[in-house]
Design a protein around this ligand. Sequence first.
Ligand code: PLP
Length: 467
Amino acid sequence: MPKHQQHLAPLAAAADYAVGYRDRARPLHPSASAEALRARFCVDLPEGPRDGAAVIQDLIAAAEPGLVGNTDADFFAWVMGGSSPIGVAADWLTSVWGQNAAIYQTSPAAAIAEEAVSSWVLELLDLPRAASVGLVTGATMAAFVGLAAARTAVLARAGHDFEALGLQGAPRIRVFLSDDAHVTNLTAVRHIGLGEANVVRVASDDQGRMLPDALGAALGVHDGPSIIIAQAGHINSGAFEDFVALSKLAKQHGAWLHVDGAFGLWARAVPERKHLTEGLELADSWSVDGHKWMQIPYDSGFAIVRDRDAHRRAMDISASYLNETGDDGRNPTHFSPGLSRRARGFAAWAVFQSLGREGVRALVERHCHWAETVAARLSAVPGLRVANQVVLNQIVVAAEEGTPADAIARLSDRLNASGQVFVRPTRWKSTDVLRISIINASTSAAEIDALVASIAGIWSEIRGTQG
Ligand SMILES: *Cc1c(COP(=O)(O)O)cnc(C)c1O
C-alpha cells in the first residue's frame, strides 16, 4: 500500500474481517471469563503510537471470546435484534463519513435522511403524520424524550413553565404505570426529575396488562398533572394494554398517555396484528426501537410526540450559532438529547429501503406466526406449559405444577450448553420460566424446528432423571 494510504489500512482490515465473521458459524455465548477478557483488554497503555491494522487485529482477538451471538439465527435469549448486514453497511458509511448530525448545517444529508426516516416510521406505524420524531439511542432514551415532553406539557397546562422554573414550585406530577411495566420506564421517570414517590403502580392482570378499572380509580384519587405509561408488547408476555380504555381514561382525567412500544409497536405494521394496538394511536407519545425488531444496528430508537412544540421545548438547545434552519430542513438536535450526535438516519434509511413496507410486515408476521407454532408444540410436551397468551413474538414456558423448582434452570443451562441455541430463564409472576423471543431476521423455520426439538428432548431427559 502506498505510504499516503497507510493510515487507511485499518479500514481494509476491518472490512475483510467483517464479511468473514458474519459468514461463518460463531459461538452463541462467550467462551471467555471476565478475567480472561481483562487479560486481553486491560493491558498497559502504550507509550507511543502503534500500527493501526495491528491494533485492529488485537481488538478482534480480545473481543471475540467475549461476544454474545445475538446476530445469530439460533439466538432466542433477550429481546434484541440481529444488526442486519445492510444496516451494518450503512452504519460503516455513517462512521466513514464522520458526520455530526447536530444541526442542518453540520450535515445536511444527515438531517434530511432523518426527515425521510421519520416520515416512514410514522407511515409504517400509522401514527399521526404531523407528530415529531427524534432519532435516539434506544427505547429508554425514547421514553425519556416522550416523558420530558409530557412533563413540559402537563405542567404548562397547570400554569407552570418548566423550561423557566424547572420543578421548583411546580405542582406535583404523578406517573401511572402497570406494576409489571418494563423497568426502563422507571429509569426514564427518574431522568425527568421525578422519583418513586411520584409513581403510582397500577395492578395488572396475568399478562402484565394494567387493569383499566384500577387505573381509573387511581387517577380519581390523585388530582393534578398526570402521565400514564402504557405498554405495547410486554417484555415477557408480549401483551398489549387495552388502549381504547386507557386513552379514554387519559382524556377524562387530562393525563398525558405515553406508550412504551419498544418492539411491540411494530405490530401496527402488520394488518393481521394491528387490532392488538387499537386505540394506541390516540396516545400523546410513543417510544419504539429500531435496533430490536427492525435489525438496525445499535444505537437506534425513535421518540415520537404528537405535540411537536412540547417535544421541541423539552429538547431545545439554543445558542446564536445554532441558528434556526429556516427552510433548509430540520435540526436533528431539536428532537433528541445531545448536540454532537451520530447520524442515525443513514442506517435506518438503508434498512427501511431494503425491507420496504412488505418486508417489515413479513418480518414481524413471520416471527409472530412461529411464536404461535412454538407455543402449540411446546404445550404438547408432557410437563411443560405455555404461561402467556401468545399474541406477538414472545413465548413464556413454565413447568407444570409439581416439577422440582430448579427444572427450568436446568433446562435452560443444558440448552445453552448444547451450543445449538441460546435462551434465558427469568422469573415472572413468581414463577421460574424460560422466555423465548423470536426477533432475529436471520432465524428460519429450520432453527425454529431445532429449538422445539432441543427443548422437548432435553426436557424429557430432565423429567426422566427425576423419575
Ligand atoms: C428493550 C425494551 C426497552 C428498553 O429499550 P432499549 O432500546 O434497550 O433502551 C423498553 N421497553 C421494552 C418493552 C423493551 O423491550
